[in-house]
Design a protein around this ligand. Sequence first.
Ligand code: WTA
Length: 577
Amino acid sequence: MKHGEIINKKPVETGLIDYEKTSKEFSWEAVKKDLFTTPQNKVNIAYEAIDKHAQTWRRNKVALYWEGAEGVYEKYTFLELKRLSDQCANMLRSLGVKKGDRVFIFLPRLPELYISMIATAKLGAIAGPMFSAFGPDAVRDRLQNSEAKVLITTPELKERVETVLFELPKLEHIVVVNSKEDHEPEEGDVCYNTLMKKASDRFEMEWLELEDPLYILYTSGTTGRPKGITHVHNDMISHYITTKWALDLRDDDIYWCTADPGWVTGTVYGLWGPWLSGISSYVYDGRFDAGKWYEIIQTYNITVWYTAPTALRMLMKGGDELVKKYDLSCLRYMCSVGEPLNPEVIRWGLKVYNLPIHDTWWQTETGAIMIANYPCIPIKPGSMGKPFPGTKAAIIDGKGNELPAGQHGLLALKPGWPSMLRAVWGDEKRFKEYFNVNGWYATGDTAYKDEDGYFWFVGRADDVINTSGHRVGPFEVESALLEHKVVAESGVIGKPDAERGEIIKAFVVLREGFKPSQELEEELKKFVRHRLAAHAYPKEIEFCSNLPKTRSGKIMRRLLKARDLGLPTGDISTLED
Ligand code: WTA
């Protein structure tokens, strides 16, 4: 059975045709004019992405094809999404949510997740999407820092984080999304379905300034708790044009972004980006399974596919024969993000899918794709591509001087693109740290540029770990470990891994009276997994009697890593004894 109908009522727009010429003539003002078809003083991304299309021929076009893990599927047109999000916005308003309030969403990839993200934007409130894999500590840290007023979740997920809810005095309501009609919410909670039924499906949009906040996503740094990267409605200008030019999306596409909205890719390119251009988007709320993924492409006629290197490496492991069992001829464009895209994966993709995979580089902080391979330029396997038109990227030294082609340095961007982070929630100091190299925005990555202007990723300039595309701060894992009664000290590093890019490895010093054992190792893994998230626990634990530290007491993760990998230890002058 085929679910994806191909709609082609408008002439196919053309994407980026001439990179050099477009880059030269590019202006963000022109993009704005293209996006905002009617001149407006005030804006709202939800209007541009949903309500606007509900007033045109696209009203009956499918905006969202949704499939659950148990083979349930649904579809929603732009008009249906408009009405449902109006209803949801009325519901949230009835709970007292107003402009600027934080609404945190802790849901699997259910339609309600997408509906409540749109509804939150309609109210001018700020959405905080969270991975459904999060444990209580991860949820508590985010809700505490953002002072969220409302949490939208399921009964199962609520139960998982029950232990920390009393630590959130600012949280006024828990909205429970339950598939079972007869579900009685616990005392104090509100039932999503019941309130939705009562709410009107006509909502007066909150008209906003471009600089009003839209969403917060927490991401890891080297030290401290995760940072609340805050984005604004103005981001839509970047969302809109990068979706067209880097993902090459057109009106007749059926597009699949495999990312969860708890990751910036799933928020920006799983909902806003495609919908700003009125594209049909597919969402799968299930686990990775190579055969299932191919079946999705075949069944829904997926034409454009945005995924991550880890997934591609797992598909590669699934083998060539599996690919041949499916008709994937509908696919026409493939992109990847999150980690270095291995040249052998590109070559394999070319062989089995008959398509080149276009790597894209960006960050939670940049809010949109900054460097990419476009349909109109040749791909150099292993390179992230070239800066998006209107974006100035450079390789700099520690003082902010630009380095010539071929030289390794810090990857930096000239501030000013529309979707740049506007704040680290409640932390001006950490926000400013991004800009303290002579006016550049410092990405934390190291890279080099070649003679042709292509950028090549080298690594992180800091200790941040990238495991299967997830950014994990060693400090968070170390802190979680320290909460276990047997742990005296811990040091956490990223260890290279063929499938996941890196895995998390923890070195643990036990308290007096405790002995290393296989059971203890398993217990610690489970402990961190439960507190943080399934992707953030140490796959490897090594017990040791002490950790290398600087004279000021900081754990020298660099040294742990060098020793672990048998690499030169470099400068150890700050090492205590
Ligand atoms: C890494 C993801 C190599 C990089 C959208 C960056 C990449 C961090 C690539 C951001 C790529 C992202 N090649 N590395 N194409 N894309 N990264 O905030 O280290 O989760 O700084 O955003 O992922 O991770 P984040």
